[in-house]
Design a binder for this molecule. Structure first.
Ligand code: FES
Length: 183
């Protein structure tokens, strides 16, 4: 077991826990998007950034960072709030903002975080895409105009289903929409 402090609270958790899991165990909420309990830690979205006293000078992703003995973690501060808001702006750079007509409106973690962090404008400009929906699979609808590259679909297919049918292409390639492609 490992002892650590999160937001001033003394916590004892298994040494295999991440900071996110330790905080959750203690009833402390850290926002997440790419994290999923059944999937391996991935660290794609960065909304779960926190400050660790022993790692001063940078914020670290709580969903991928294991706890260590004596760690002192802060999960919210003005700086963390500011950085998370910037992260959300980045995630929305190519994302179509159509929440009022989106069929997922009201049950979308990204929408909830956007409200919570008051992302009303975006300082970063990116191309919005109008790609056709992929509805070939009777069970899966893929709308790449809304993709924020959390990789959950790729990872579920790989780690849970065991097929590995989806993959990223064109990630970080300027002027082209990163796509998820089926093998
Ligand atoms: S939830 Fe931690 S990086 Fe996405």
């Amino acid at each position: 077991m490992v002892n650590l402090t999160i937001d001033g609270k003394q916590i004892t958790v298994s040494k295999t826990a991440t900071i996110y899991e330790a905080a959750k165990h203690a009833g402390i909420n850290i926002p997440v998007l790419c994290y999923a309990k059944k999937l391996l830690p991935y660290g794609a979205c960065r909304v779960c950034l926190v400050e660790v006293e022993q790692m001063k000078g940078r914020l670290i992703p709580s969903c991928t960072t294991p706890v260590t003995e004596g760690m002192v973690v802060t999960t919210i501060s003005d700086e963390i709030h500011k950085v998370r808001k910037t992260v959300l702006e980045f995630l929305l750079v190519n994302h179509v903002v159509e929440c009022p007509v989106c069929d997922k409106g009201g049950e979308c973690d990204l929408q909830d975080l956007t409200y919570e962090y008051e992302v009303v404008t975006n300082r970063f400009k990116g191309e919005k895409f109008d790609l056709p929906k992929d509805e070939i699979n009777p069970l899966i609808e893929r709308n790449m105009n809304r993709c924020v590259l959390c990789g959950k679909c790729v990872r579920v297919c790989d780690e849970v289903v065991g097929y590995g049918s989806y993959s990223f292409i064109n990630r970080a390639k300027p002027k082209s929409r990163p796509l998820l492609t089926a093998a």
